[in-house]
Structure formats: C-alpha cells, structure tokens
Write a protein that binds this ligand. Sequence first.
Ligand code: AMP
Length: 425
Amino acid sequence: MDTTTRKTKNNRSNNSNKNKPSGQRFKNSSNNNAKPGFKKDRRNRPKKAKQVSNLDPKLLVKKAVQKETKDFRAERTFEEMPINFKLKDLLAKKGFERPSEIQDRTLETLLAGKDLLGIAQTGTGKTGAFLIPIIEQMLRNPIQNKTYALVMAPTRELATQIQDEFKSMTKGLNLYSSCFIGGTNINTDFRNLRRTPHVIIATPGRLLDLENRRAFKLNNIHTLVLDEFDRMLDMGFINDVKKTLQLMKSRKHTLLFSATLDKKQQGFINEILNNPVTVKVSNGETTGDHIDQEVIYMEQGENKFDTLLSLMDEQNMDKLLIFEEAKFKVKKLTAMLNKKGIKADEIHGNKTQNARQNALNRFKQGKVRVLVATDVAARGLDVSDVTHVINYQLPMTFDSYIHRIGRTGRAGKTGKAYTFVDAKT
Ligand code: AMP
C-alpha cells in the first residue's frame, strides 16, 4: 500500500524538515482546513507574465486512509441486473462482475429515462454508469440510421477512452460509435458519418465544426451526456456547450457526470436538467482519501531535477505521471529524463493527436516508465497502476490538483502524490 521508503519514513518521524537536504523535506500532516486559493487558469496562454500559483501547499498534504468509495460492494451482480444477456456476457468478458456504486445506484434511474446529475470521483466506473444504460436502451429499442446518444468530453484522450470502453461493451452487437476530436483528419470523420453511428463521442470544438459543415444534425439525438461537466461548463467550452444544448433542444434525456461539483454552476445545471435525480458517491470537493499526498519543499538554488531522480529511486516509482505547467517545460523535462536513461514520453497541446495517443498507449502498456504532461492529461484518463503522480510545480488551482492526483490510486488501490513547492511559497 504505502510505498514510503526508509528516507521518507525517517522524515515523517522527524518533524524538523526545513533544513534537510533536497528530497528530504517531505511534509505530511493532516492540516487540510484552509481554503484553496482559486486562481484563473491561464497556463496555456503563451508569452504572458509568469503566472504564480497561490495555492496553499498545506492543502496538498494528506495521509491515505483505507476507507474509500471503492470498498463499496454491490449486493447484486451484473448477472442479476435488468440488462440484456449479451451485454452481461460482454461485461463479464471485461472482468466486470458487480456494478460499481455509481453504476449500481443509477441504472434503474437511467433506464427509466430520468435526467441525472452524477457526482463520482474518477476511477469509480462512471463511464460504465452512462454507457451501460445507453447500450441497454439501444438493445431494447433498436434504432436504424439514427444517432441515439452524444457523449461530450473535454479532452481528446478522454473521448478516445470512452469510445474504447463503448467498443468493448458492444462487441458483436451491431452498435457503432464514432469519435470526433480535434487534431485528427476531418475527412475521416466525414467517412465515418456515412454509416450513421449509434453513439457519437466528441470534444466540443470538432463536434460543432462538423455540425457547421452540415455533416450531421444534432436535433434528432435522444440522449446527451456531458462527462466532466464542471470543466465543460467552464472556460473555453461554455459557448460550445450552450450552442450544442441549443441545437439539441428536443433531446429526451440528459446526463451530467463529474468528479467535482462547482456550486457556481448549479444555476446552469438546473437549466440543462429536467427534474433530475442526483446521485453522489463521493464528496467531489475533496481529494481522494486513498491517495498519500506529500509536499517537497525546495530551497533556492537546489537542483529540482536531482531531487526528482533520487525520489524516483527511493520510492520505487514504477509508473509515474509528472505534471508540468507549460508545454516547453514538459518537452524539456522529458528530454532530461531520457538523457538519464529513464524511458519517458510526453503529452501536451503542441503534439499532434496521434503523438499524444501513442505516448499514452506506450505509457499504458508500460513501454515507458514516465509520462510527462500538461493538464491535458489531468482529467478522466484511466491508466491502471499509476503508482505516483508528481506535480513538478505547484498547480495553479486546487481543482486542477484534484484531477491530476486522481490519476493514481485508481480502482481501489492506494496511490501517492508529491508536489514540489518553492520553500518561500
Ligand atoms: P472510470 O471511472 O469510468 O474511468 O472507470 C475506471 C476503471 O474501472 C476503468 O478501467 C473501468 O474499465 C473499470 N470499471 C468500471 N466499472 C467496473 C466494474 N463494474 N467492475 C470492474 N471494473 C470496472
């Protein structure tokens, strides 16, 4: 569970961390009461004055607790649930025996066609929670030459992952999906649309691009899912989402899923959903209790890269995700790691979608030990067995922090997250 090595343990037993050499100032207390300092996220805007995070490092220190939502064990198996036997078989092939809590508590609601506000942390099976009832509905009421559902996700990788999950749950069922995401050849999308997909999974920009080109119509689609909706209603996406909602006014069923719930968005959520059922399986405003979180204070002049290398060594970091704030820093850190003989790959907005997907696949398959990324990899990505997440710099917002560290400690495992902080912060 806790991979803490001798060195870290020593530090925990000794509270005077401040004057230790680099890599030894791992702070761990349970003082998590202070409010996070929210700051507008402008990380990817180039050539602006340097942004400084005002996040309180005390918030990023927490000891993993074994009590967590993953301990939930549904009283029924998929075999006992009101779904098609073929779907049951496919879920069994995926190794799904019992529904996760969010799946268990939402199936009947969704099969009854009720709108849903689903709050569940990443790794709790929320993708299955919306895909299983959608697939079941399509098996119960076969449709022809029509798209039944649209799933919108904020990142390309998340959209691809949702489509992979859909494909594995519909093998041999004659149900088809298309995934429309930026950074890919739009002609392929046109070709895919020739055979009307039953489910479209898309990021907002490409979806509306295709709609503007009259490649397909949104108004006939029955079900709309907004995954990671807090992000979808925020920043650059809000206008695209509003436009999509406008174009889908006659939709019959709307599902919002997210790990976090921003109270400021409640008004808009009320406009989108019709008499919804709310299902909350975790407190979307706190970080996962199952993730050990520590802060590493760096004194001025200390070599952060050396500290990182020794930390990687000491903590047996088998599968490590490192977050950096800027694209060029991701590139640089990846090159430095590779130079040291540590297999690392990178994901950021300057990479083509192909390169991003390849890097992710190599990381998933264990062909590289380290994935260095900007926040494009922070949300929703499901890579099993990420043992550690490192914030190489203090993240700009607490929300971003929650999503980043949520890449570890998935599927009931305990994860570990470190955040490098300037000692003067
Ligand atoms: P998600 O939260 O949707 O990203 O899912 C996290 C991981 O849990 C994915 O690898 C899913 O394939 C897996 N998963 C989802 N539902 C179940 C289930 N009922 N039983 C076992 N694994 C599941």
